[in-house]
Unconditional design. Structure first.
Ligand code: 4NP
Length: 157
């Protein structure tokens, strides 16, 4: 069976989407399903391309046992929309930007929002923590742990 290919996307690919990638990797691992998934992340903008995840995000993620190792890269529309099965945006602006860069209708149909898979948390976006305080990074992880489990359940039910 082909692996399910998931691409998590935020604005800069240094806070939310690298965290989503790590949390989702942990979720599939926990369920013994790591071999059935291929998980990556990317950003709408390329200004952090080639760099590591944000040091604050890494610190809060590590406290929960997640190692953020991914290197920032921008979305490559012609490749990513073909290769990945699902493109998971963190907020409404990401959704709009992804829909605008999607090359065709099949690509647009792959764009979803992370919080659509929330199980218990009542947020409709994963808020950008970049310019805010420490609480924002904790909220990102809370939302991602809730919604990644929900995404896994939906994909495997
Ligand atoms: P992210 O956070 O989209 O969760 O990676 C941001 C990172 C960088 C910037 C904005 C948001 N930036 O403007 O550089």
């Amino acid at each position: 069976m082909d692996k399910m290919r998931l691409l998590f996307v935020c604005l800069g690919n240094i806070c939310r989407s690298p965290s989503a990638e790590a949390v989702m990797n942990a979720v599939v691992e926990k369920h013994g399903a790591a071999g059935r998934f291929e998980i990556d992340s990317a950003g709408i903008i390329g200004v952090h391309e080639g760099g590591p995840a944000d040091s604050r995000m890494k610190r809060f993620a590590r406290k929960r046992g997640y190692q953020l190792n991914s290197i920032s890269r921008p979305v490559k529309p012609e490749i990513d929309f073909e290769y990945f099965d699902l493109v998971v945006a963190m907020d409404d602006e990401n959704v709009r930007d992804l829909l605008a860069m999607a090359p065709n209708e099949a690509a647009r149909a792959k764009v979803v929002k992370m919080t659509d898979y929330a199980q218990s948390m009542g947020y409709d976006e994963v808020p950008d923590p970049y310019y805010g305080g420490e609480d924002g990074f904790i909220l990102v992880l809370d939302l991602l742990e809730d919604a990644c489990e929900g995404l896994y359940q939906q994909l495997t039910s």
